[in-house]
Design a protein around this ligand. Structure first.
Ligand SMILES: [Zn+2]
Length: 136
């Protein structure tokens, strides 16, 4: 019997870490659970400051960049995994966008309090919604 399509639950997928500098670091969790820099054109995230590049061969400098990149991404994962709802609220505050779909602008008071747009708000689990509101 055909019926109404079943609404599926959603969860925050957009996060912001508290990095240094004028631009907050924003990240999107893809379907495999990996965090990627957001928006996508930001490349692989923050760059190693040139002053921190070691003098030496090309290979040594490349190794330093790769080590720094791996440790930076590990720190991002640790920070988001330690408090995913807090990181989702930081994203919503920094960008004014929904932490679930990343596209909708948060305009109404309930949207801003929950860090989620009207379309995603009704699809959040109760615990997730209360956690977002508590941190917002
Ligand atoms: Zn949304």
């Amino acid at each position: 019997m055909p019926g109404r399509p079943q609404a599926t639950m959603t969860e925050p997928r957009y996060f912001s870490t508290s990095g240094d500098g004028p631009t907050p670091w924003c990240w999107r969790r893809n379907d495999s659970g990996t965090l990627r820099p957001w928006p996508p054109h930001t490349g692989d995230g923050p760059s190693l400051p040139k002053a921190e590049l070691p003098a030496g061969s090309w290979g040594e400098r490349l190794g330093a960049v790769l080590d720094w990149s791996r440790s930076t991404l590990a720190a991002v994962h640790a920070q988001v995994d330690a408090d995913p709802l807090g990181a989702a609220v930081r994203f919503a505050r920094a960008t004014g966008r929904c932490c679930c779909c990343g596209s909708a602008r948060l305009q109404s008071v309930p949207e801003r309090l929950s860090s989620a747009c009207v379309g995603c708000l009704g699809l959040l689990a109760h615990d997730t919604l209360s956690g977002l509101v508590a941190r917002g």
